[in-house]
Design a protein around this ligand. Sequence first.
Ligand code: CUA
Length: 346
Amino acid sequence: MLAERRVRAGATASLVLLARAAVALAGDDTTRTSSIFAPVSAPADAIVTAATLALAITSGIFVVVGGLLVFSLVRFRRRPDDDGREPAQVYGSEQIELAWTVIPILIVVVLCLVTARTVYDVQGATKPPGAIDVTVVGHQWWWEIRYPDLGVVTANELHVPVSDPDAPTPTFLRLESADVAHSFWVPRLAGKTDLIPNQTNRMWIAPRETGLFLGQCAEYCGTQHAHMLLRVYVHPRAEFDAWVARQRQPAVADEAVAAGRRVFETTACINCHAVRGTVATGRFGPDLTHLMSRETLLAGAARMTPDALHDWIANPDHVKPGALMPAMQLEPAELDQLVAYLGTLR
Ligand code: CUA
């Protein structure tokens, strides 16, 4: 008993620790909600409305059926003075049978119509002129994010402008996969949409509030599926334009870290990673041109710090078991130079 209680206390403590770590990573003292019941974007609004109606109706059914069941159990329970005879049997009642056939049909029809309308509203939305186009490619285990019209390539952290409901500037996403099925899900912005190999899916978001919204790959895609997190930064328009302008710049070429740059450009790093303005043009891994402008590393699993970068490059499989980045077996001095170089890619 005592042992069991201790195990339970231990489990609770580690859950609390995990939750705290998640909150700390979100970069805020307050708990950052990812609740589907706190929507800040048009598709999520429509989904919550439909879901709330379905929940209200099914809760009503639960209360009625559960209430009748409890009432019958209590009212007609066995009593000490029962004479043991069978109660009067009722065979068939047109009214009751009609009621329990017609009412459920009506409920199902209402739910079908509301659902169809919601699906039509979300999937049939047309793209207004001011929309932002983004291509998101799912990889094991990170998100490639490309803005084809703006000439920006980044990873894991999607930046979009806020969308004024009166003059919407939504972001339309083309979803593709480089390997297996993934699923793009930021609960406060929209429903889930899968990223499937050899198929293009589409979805859109129109966030009406600025801020950071967290999401997660929602389709099991291998060992590190749980560490395939999503961060969506919604900016005021001017701030978004400034972000785009910074991301369009070529990589910083700082002479002070020339040694590290040489390490980077003479190892296999450049086969998988791109740094615009250098010989590195790989596309298998994340674009590193503005690596340090991102707040997180490892698809949201760690804060972007020189120490975290150092540990990751030294032994990727230890930090994120199963990760497809190989350990480069660099000398300690080379590793330090490389991390110093990467640290200048703002
Ligand atoms: Cu990608 Cu789960």
